[in-house]
Design a protein around this ligand. Structure first.
Ligand SMILES: *Cc1c(COP(=O)(O)O)cnc(C)c1O
Length: 397
């Protein structure tokens, strides 16, 4: 049978990089696929569908209420908009004009990430203003306290491997200081597995992606205090219209949440471990290559394979390895955001059965070629930076 990717002229990419929007966001779990296809042809009262979603979100997260959005990024914008306007439909229709509203969102500098787009833009889209405190590698309690003013509408806390990994305020301290000044705390937990701990630690609203670990369709989840969730939901009658979620996104995210609840997480972990072991064996005793398991930096229960390159011996740099793996008819995309430091990761969480074997074969082919050809696979990192910058703006040609 011809696959949809062939029909559309797309390469059958294998994803060892993590859940990436640029690769299609997720391979949707069967429960969500069934729900999506069942609802697509039916008229649906969206308020009631979101009400049902709220119940599921509340049950799984411990929140008072919840709703589904187009994405976690949309969730940031809508939540902040809701905190500015409350449930006042006049104010909701007036955004992004924020005259007379509290508009400042405080965030520690080490949390100002780019997850494919700048997080500060998701704040500004609501008409709000980002107020950063601290320096990239250090944020102190007095700096958060000092950043809060009578114009502060929210404090945003980001949980991500993109954040600076040390020197940041822990969530409980962050909540204590914000709450003492009457400022609600939003946690961006887009790719975190734990659906309860951030609310339990004091957050008023927590945001997840529906299409990351949950394996839902492209969507986002807002969970938290009922009034805040309701105000965010009401933005659908204002700025939220431009990034509305469809019934398929809502029903798919609901099904993905319920599938997550009953998933055999140990079996999934064992499958991921088998892939990692296979790749470890493939990479053993190769000159200039050191591979080892690496725990997830934000504490999600998963490991990745970290591969360190010694180019003079391996015949290839980390960034040239990334490029070689991604070439050809069966591209393998690896996790490369730290490649400039001489290492990459293989993420085993998004593979179809059998793809771990194809990845192992490809590792051997690329590294064997590097041993033979050497110099061809050792280029300056700056070339990679320039090439990527160009290729982005070359779309569609
Ligand atoms: C992925 C991600 C987002 C964006 O999530 P989408 O659902 O794709 O919009 C926001 N914040 C963090 C920390 C992320 O990792």
């Amino acid at each position: 049978m011809t696959s949809i990717r062939e029909t559309l002229g797309l390469r059958p990419v294998i994803n060892c990089s993590g859940t990436m929007t640029s690769l299609g966001a997720s391979i949707v779990v069967p429960e969500a696929v069934a729900a999506i296809s069942a609802i697509l042809t039916q008229w649906t009262e969206m308020g009631d569908l979101q009400r049902a979603a709220s119940k599921i979100i509340a049950r799984l997260t411990g929140a008072e209420a919840g709703c589904i959005t187009a994405s976690c990024s949309a969730g940031i914008t809508l939540t902040i908009a809701g905190l500015m306007t409350g449930k006042d439909l006049g104010l909701i229709e007036r955004l992004p004009d924020t005259t007379g509203l509290r508009t400042e969102v405080v965030i520690q500098t080490g949390h100002i990430v780019n997850y494919g787009a700048p997080i500060d833009q998701s704040i500004r889209l609501a008409g709000a203003k980002m107020v950063a405190f601290g320096q990239s590698t250090e944020a102190k309690p007095h700096q958060l306290a000092g950043a809060i003013s009578e114009n502060t509408v929210a404090a945003l806390y980001v949980v991500s491997h993109h954040c600076v990994e040390y020197g940041q305020l822990p969530l409980d301290v962050f909540c204590e200081i914000a709450h003492a000044r009457g400022v609600p705390v939003i946690v961006d937990a887009a790719s975190e597995y734990d659906l309860r701990k951030f609310l339990a630690a004091g957050a008023d609203i927590v945001l997840y992606s529906g299409h990351k670990f949950l394996g839902g369709p492209t969507s986002g989840i807002i969970a938290g205090k009922k009034d805040f969730v309701a105000a965010a939901y009401l933005q659908n009658y204002g700025i939220g219209r431009g990034f509305k979620v469809g019934k398929e996104g809502v029903a798919g995210a609901m099904a993905a949440l319920e599938a997550w609840e009953v998933r055999d997480h140990d079996a999934v972990r064992a499958r991921e471990r088998a892939a990692l072991d296979l790749w470890l064996a493939t990479l053993a005793d190769r000159p200039g290559i050191a591979a080892k398991l690496s725990a997830d930096p934000t504490g999600n229960p998963l490991d990745r394979l970290r591969i360190d390159f010694e180019p003079a011996k391996a015949g290839i740099t980390a960034w040239d390895f990334v490029a070689q793996m991604a070439r050809g008819e069966r591209p393998v995309v690896v996790r490369d955001h730290e490649a400039e430091n001489g290492y990459v990761f293989l993420d085993p969480c998004n593979l179809h059965p059998g793809e771990d074997q194809i990845v192992a074969q490809r590792l051997a082919v690329v590294l064997d070629a590097a041993q033979e050809l050497g110099a061809d696979f050792i280029t300056p990192y700056s070339d990679t930076v320039r090439r990527r910058a160009e290729s982005l703006t070359n779309w569609p040609d």
